[in-house]
Design a protein. Structure first.
Length: 474
């Protein structure tokens, strides 16, 4: 699960909440919103952590809801594998009337990051509404969007809606944990026809407030980096610590990590990031804005790049990044280390490969005694989807309708989503606008995760209209 895109572009994750946003209260809920809230509550309160939860159980509940709305058995596919019985998912299909128009796919992940009750102010697996927010693990990442997809499919079926394009929905497990069974990856490799689509709608986009209830921007994620871990390892014969020598596995690894720290990958642009830096730069009349605009025109403008890269989020948007995240070494406190190991987490720029990044690390380290190995699983090359006006156009129109004066900006995620697996088999994936978050990150992946009540309900209405706009388009 990635950082939310506009959060990543603003103040970052991990900050404590200073004050809650002051948004207008919701009017009394319509009957359809009451039903939706109950579905959202059920999803949040179904524990889907890797440790003790079950995506398979959540998928079964979703299938039951779909059947109650009129979906036939043959329109619903529940799947899992024997090695990971609790990490299953569900695919549903609402047939369209056109034989030539390609389907659209609604993608989401059911799994959530671990949450310990003793660390949270409230029970993380009870949906609690308080001060204009829903609290609970998954309220933002990403069960509000899951509930929106399920609710839309149910209402479409119940209302007798016959879209021109077939609408598919795939809700899977494994997005939040690298080494878990990944349902989106499994579907792309084993059931490609089941999820085949002209494009998919996913998490990763959304709005950003000023922290006080004012919506500043809506974004559509158009592309993302690929996450890949590398193991750096040094070995040595070791010996007694009373007679140290310079040839030391820990020192050798430490020297290598310092070189990784100091290595800068070259500046790169996709169509999306070039458009982002051009638009965002033009919108601000300051040194940073001027540098962003200049860099979008000339990636070799080193003076502009130095100014832009002072912002660590923009620095990451411009290149592949690698950072040490785990460290272990030695075997006794009175012995010279025989082995030292570090994990380096890289976020690889679209179009660059795992092998190219590995070679860059080896070259930067410049020490044949440091073994650099990709850690399984190895992710596909990130393929940036096009800035397709048939995708961005309807979203821009609806943003103007729902949020007058708020711009829609195409952005590239510096994190990673399950979209990368579908893009690897030719399905462009776009992170949708609609809902919104606050500058502090709303506790995503951290403590006391929350989502604005208005964001949930307004985002649901917005996305229902957006799906219909795409489904009825030629």
């Amino acid at each position: 699960m990635p950082m939310r895109i506009m959060v990543a572009l603003c103040l970052g994750l991990g900050m404590q909440v200073v004050a809650f946003a002051q948004e207008p209260p919701m009017p009394p809920l319509r009957p359809d919103q009451v039903t939706f809230r109950a579905l959202y509550k059920e999803l949040v309160e179904t524990n889907t952590t890797l440790s003790v939860g079950s995506c398979t159980l959540a998928a079964a509940h979703i299938a039951a809801h779909l059947k109650s709305a009129g979906f036939a058995d043959q329109d619903i596919t529940l799947f899992s594998v024997s090695e990971h019985p609790k990490e299953g998912g569900v695919v549903a299909v609402l047939a369209g009337t056109s034989k030539s128009a390609k389907p659209i796919l609604l993608l989401g992940h059911l799994d959530v990051v671990e949450a310990k009750r003793e660390d949270w102010t409230r029970d993380p697996f009870t949906l609690i509404e308080e001060n204009g927010y829903f609290f609970g693990r998954g309220t933002s990442d990403m069960k509000a969007l899951d509930a929106t997809w399920i609710d839309a499919m149910m209402r479409f079926k119940q209302g007798g809606y016959h879209p021109k394009r077939t609408i598919k929905m795939a809700l899977t497990c494994g997005e939040e944990t690298t080494y878990a069974f990944n349902g989106a990856d499994w579907l792309a490799k084993n059931k490609p026809d089941l999820v085949a689509a002209a494009f998919a709608l996913n998490e990763g986009g959304g709005g950003q407030t000023d922290g006080h209830g004012k919506l500043l921007v809506q974004s559509m994620q158009v592309g993302e980096k690929a996450a890949q871990n590398y193991r750096l390892e040094t070995v040595n014969a070791g010996g007694h610590s009373s007679i140290p020598i310079r040839d030391n596995a820990i020192y050798e690894l430490a020297d290598a990590l310092a070189k990784v720290r100091d290595h800068e990958f070259p500046v790169k642009f996709t169509d999306t990031t070039r458009a982002f830096f051009a638009r965002a730069g033009a919108a601000r009349d300051d040194e940073l804005g001027h540098a962003m605009l200049a860099l979008s025109k000339n990636p070799d403008d080193h003076a502009a790049e130095a100014i832009v890269s002072k912002d660590r989020r923009y620095h990451s948007m411009l290149r592949t990044t690698c950072v040490a995240t785990l460290l272990e070494g030695g075997h006794a406190n009175n012995a010279l280390p025989q082995r030292a190991v570090a994990n380096v987490n890289c976020r690889i720029f679209p179009g660059e490969t795992v092998e190219q990044t590995q070679a860059a690390l080896v070259a930067a380290i410049g020490d044949p005694g440091v073994k650099v190995t990709p850690v399984l699983p190895i992710r596909p090359v990130a393929v940036p989807p096009p800035l397709d006006p048939k995708v961005l156009g309807p979203a821009e129109k609806l943003v103007a309708k729902y949020f007058p004066g708020v711009p829609l900006v195409p952005t590239m995620s510096t994190g990673a989503t399950d979209g990368i697996f579908l893009e690897a088999v030719g399905i462009p994936v776009y992170g949708v606008p609609g809902g919104w978050g606050d500058p502090d990150g709303n506790g995503v992946h951290g403590l006391n995760e929350r989502r604005s009540v208005r964001s949930v309900f307004v985002g649901r209405d917005f996305l229902t209209d957006l799906v219909k706009a795409y489904a009825d388009a030629p």
